[in-house]
Design a protein around this ligand. Structure first.
Ligand SMILES: NC(=O)c1ccc[n+]([C@@H]2O[C@H](COP(=O)([O-])OP(=O)(O)OC[C@H]3O[C@@H](n4cnc5c(N)ncnc54)[C@H](O)[C@@H]3O)[C@@H](O)[C@H]2O)c1
Length: 334
């Protein structure tokens, strides 16, 4: 099997992680990198001296030795660069979110399909071992019917200026919810506030309604004293919490539920509530780097000529929800 040769476009905060991970994976080689910043190109080039360096990503895309590219530039630039990469015949792994308009995302999905190329988006939490355990429990029927999902994703920064906290942070939670429920939200409501930069919401609270009446909420913020990455799932049979920062036991399964029964007695009908408040189980969760699992999936999908998990179609669903959130925050802006 010949090694896949990759280029990485964007070497800021996150790009070097992809370069490191792909360099560790078998049967692939990072042969080229690109960044608009000469300084960044030089710094990252020193860390990976074997790679060719390009200031202009178009020159990298013209490099015939490259089979695939990884796009790790700011969100607002994704659409144009992904389009150019697909037109240049490269398989694409683009960082999340895919773009800022669902219509543009659909165009990219169609372009990839027409050219027979893989288009994957870095929805990294679909490769998180803790959340894979949650998905496994849901699919095994352990939680019963899902009733609500709550996500909290806060920290002090890092603050972006090209997109708000919803595009940056809630993109992760919407991906998690859409994937766990295998659905997209029917209704979206959101409120936000921009305290740090005018017009760029740093605190956003989101409510979503999914098919089957599942109620979901997301609280995301760049302006918070505590780093929190948590999801709570309430099912009709059990409840589950996931805490990404609880390294040894990120998932807890609670034997908690409420049964409601309508009873008839001599005095009339009344609702009887029976609370089940039982044990808490901490299932074993394997360790492993989600980025490595995600990037390995990209390589496998190319080789096996199949859609990857978090393919372009899935990513468009996330963008669509984010666009509707944007419309709630600033009607007329999105
Ligand atoms: N999956 C995750 O957990 C995760 C984590 C961090 C960032 N991200 C995503 O990665 C992307 C980049 O984030 P970041 O934190 O690295 O941003 P960053 O601003 O630190 O880096 C972006 C880099 O892209 C470069 N760039 C911009 N336009 C370019 C172009 N046309 N050609 C080449 N280089 C160009 C910039 O010079 C900069 O060095 C974003 O989409 C973000 O959402 C994902």
């Amino acid at each position: 099997m010949s090694a896949l040769t990759l280029g990485v476009i964007g070497c800021g905060h996150w790009g070097p992680n992809h370069i490191r991970v792909f360099s560790q994976l078998r049967d692939c080689e990072v042969a080229a990198i690109s960044d608009l910043s000469e300084r960044r190109l030089a710094e990252v080039g020193e860390m990976f001296p074997q790679v060719r360096r390009y200031r202009d990503h178009r020159e990298l895309l013209a490099d015939p030795a490259l089979t695939a590219v990884v796009i790790v530039t700011p969100t607002k630039s994704h659409y144009a660069i992904v389009r150019e990469a697909l037109e240049a015949g490269k398989h694409v792994l683009c960082e999340k979110p895919l773009c800022t308009a669902a219509e543009e995302g659909r165009e990219l999905v169609e372009l990839a399909r027409a050219r027979g190329l893989t288009l994957m988006v870095g929805h990294i939490f679909l490769f998180n071992a803790g959340l894979l355990k949650v998905k496994e429990l849901v699919e095994a029927g352990e939680v019963g019917a899902i009733r609500s999902l709550t996500a909290v994703r806060t920290n002090l920064g890092p603050v972006r200026s090209d997109v708000n906290a919803a595009w940056d942070l809630a993109s992760h939670d919407i991906a998690i919810f859409n994937w766990l429920l295998d659905a997209e939200p029917l209704e979206v409501q959101a409120m936000g506030a921009a305290f740090i930069q005018p017009g760029v919401e740093d605190v956003v609270n989101i409510s979503l309604k999914y098919p089957g009446g599942v109620l979901a909420s997301i609280q995301c913020s760049w302006l918070d004293p505590k780093k929190v990455r948590q999801v709570t799932l309430v099912g009709s049979r059990r409840m589950i919490t996931w805490d990404d920062l609880a390294l040894s036991n990120p998932v807890a399964v609670f034997e908690k539920s409420v049964e409601t029964k309508l009873e008839v007695s001599d005095y009339g009908e009344f609702l009887r509530l029976s609370m089940l408040d039982g044990d808490v189980r901490l299932p074993k969760v394997p360790t492993g780097e989600p980025l490595k699992a995600q990037d390995a999936e990209f390589l496998r999908a190319i080789r096996e000529q199949r859609a990857p998990r978090s393919d372009g179609r899935f990513a468009v669903g996330v963008v669509h929800a984010l666009q509707r959130i944007e419309q709630c925050l600033q009607p007329g802006r999105a």
